[in-house]
Design a protein around this ligand. Structure first.
Ligand SMILES: [Zn+2]
Ligand SMILES: [Zn+2]
Ligand SMILES: [Zn+2]
Length: 462
């Protein structure tokens, strides 16, 4: 039986299999190869037969782009094929020596009966008179055909003799045969291998999987840039996050960015739809549903190709920021730097309104006190503090109410504030209550996701 090897065989544990990077597990070389293929529009990576190399073939493109050996190049190609990023088709088959793996083999023919290598190929004649069968050359004597066995002259073809055609004859045992026994002589280690013992290597040419192209472009460019941007801004980024919704259902969020600014905590759900296929309304609906059930109202959807008109208007209605994958880098480049960049966690303690404003400004917010804003209902509302910060991919708007009273603040105040924020369309709500909240108000705040700071001490003058 022919043993077929799919290279690479017996290679050490594959660094491409580490889970942190779905493209190539952090293998810089594999990532570089993908980037080069995308940039150069390289469709096919073809092997070149090259018997002086140890493998017997090589991939000149991979080796020149990455500066690697044939073996390393092949390992990278195979690893990307296992991840279905590359596809492969059979290009050629090579035989190799089972002893030393050399592809430098030479075929030797032998007699199938006695195994002798002493065989000759030629026209075979059969003499009907004596039934002798032999090579034409053995019949030729003095310009005539004479039977070497019975010594009679051969006269008319088809009558007293016939030709059996081109065949082989063993000079040792006399066997006449068509197909000889083949053995392979290794030109490197000199060992002789029977035909059914020789190793066969399959050589492939590789191509980029078409339906992975959009995904790959996103993974290699916009995605790492986006993650870096979010981290710089103090977000903790979790990929393939699992959230437990209010319904009890578990949801998968492609990327979850969270940041605790002390006064408010942000959760951003980032959905990634870069399939290269049409993105259906259902995809967006599912993403929106998962975010909603997980109580996440900051939603970004990354798409490639662009969404259909109806999908875009649904996204807009659901306050989903839709970003095309190819636009991400430009959007991030246009971001205004914020002070306190990179600060991960803040603690906030209310001291005074002026301190609150200062605190917010330090976090990069544009702060407006006693802001007059018209709600969706047409009613004009006044907010104690409106804080807005543009984080390039998302704009955070925070409504803050500061309520100073003699007694714990009652439900009606919170109710009014919540309505106001709802009418204006702000989902980040902070209520500062001095000297605290009533039990009822506290429950309401919790239900309506209003962040509450209960300040026991009376506010210092100024
Ligand atoms: Zn004869
Ligand atoms: Zn023989
Ligand atoms: Zn060998």
């Amino acid at each position: 039986m022919v043993k077929i090897i799919n290279f690479p065989e017996n290679t050490p544990p594959d660094p491409l299999d580490e889970p942190q990077n779905p493209v190539a597990g952090g293998d810089e070389k594999a990532i570089k190869l993908m980037a080069e293929m995308l940039a150069g529009d390289i469709v096919d990576i073809r092997p070149q037969l090259d018997f002086i190399t140890p493998l017997g073939f090589s991939y000149p493109y991979v080796e020149s782009v990455l500066g690697v050996t044939s073996e390393e190049g092949l390992r990278i190609l195979e690893s990307l094929t296992n991840k279905e990023i590359l596809g492969r088709v059979l290009f050629d088959r090579l035989l190799c020596c089972p002893q030393c793996q050399s592809v430098n083999l030479s075929p030797l023919t032998h007699c199938p009966k006695c195994g002798s290598g002493n065989i000759t190929r030629g026209r075979i004649l059969e003499h009907f008179v004596c039934n002798y069968v032999g090579l034409e050359e053995d019949f030729v004597a003095k310009g005539r055909y004479t039977c070497p066995k019975c010594r009679q002259e051969l006269r008319t073809i088809g009558v007293d003799y016939q030709s059996q055609g081109l065949l082989r004859k063993c000079r040792d045992c006399g066997e006449v045969f068509n197909i000889p026994l083949i053995r392979w002589r290794c030109l490197k280690c000199a060992s002789l291998t029977a035909e059914d013992r020789v190793t066969e290597i399959h050589i492939y040419s590789y191509h980029l999987n078409k339906d992975k192209k959009s995904w790959l472009e996103y993974e290699l460019g916009p995605k790492p840039r986006l993650i870096e941007f979010l981290r710089q801004r103090g977000y903790t980024v979790i990929e393939n996050a699992t959230t437990k919704g209010r319904s009890g259902a578990e949801h998968k969020i492609d990327m979850l960015a969270t940041k605790d600014e002390g006064i408010i905590t942000y959760n951003i759900a980032i959905g990634v739809k870069v399939t290269g296929d049409r993105i259906g309304l259902e995809d967006i609906f599912n993403f929106d549903d998962a975010a909603y059930d997980s109580s996440i109202h900051n939603k970004i959807l990354i798409t490639a190709p662009p969404l259909s008109k109806e999908a875009l208007s649904f996204g807009k209605l659901q306050k989903i920021r839709v970003l095309e994958a190819k636009d991400i880098e430009a959007v991030l480049a246009g971001a205004t730097p914020i002070p306190g960049e990179g600060i991960k966690e803040q603690t906030f303690e209310y001291v005074s309104r002026s301190q609150l404003v200062e605190y917010l400004e330090h976090l990069g917010y544009q702060v407006k006190e006693n802001a007059e804003i018209e709600g969706r209902s047409g009613v004009k509302h006044s907010l104690d503090v409106l804080a807005v910060r543009d984080d390039a991919i998302i704009t955070h708007r925070v409504a803050i109410s500061v309520e100073v009273a003699e007694e714990p603040v009652e439900l009606d105040k919170l109710f009014d504030f919540d309505n106001k924020a709802y009418d204006i369309g702000i989902l980040n709500k902070v209520f500062i209550a001095i000297p605290g909240l009533s039990q009822q108000a506290r429950q309401f705040a919790k239900k309506q996701k209003i962040r509450v700071f209960e300040v026991k001490e009376p506010e210092p003058a100024g």
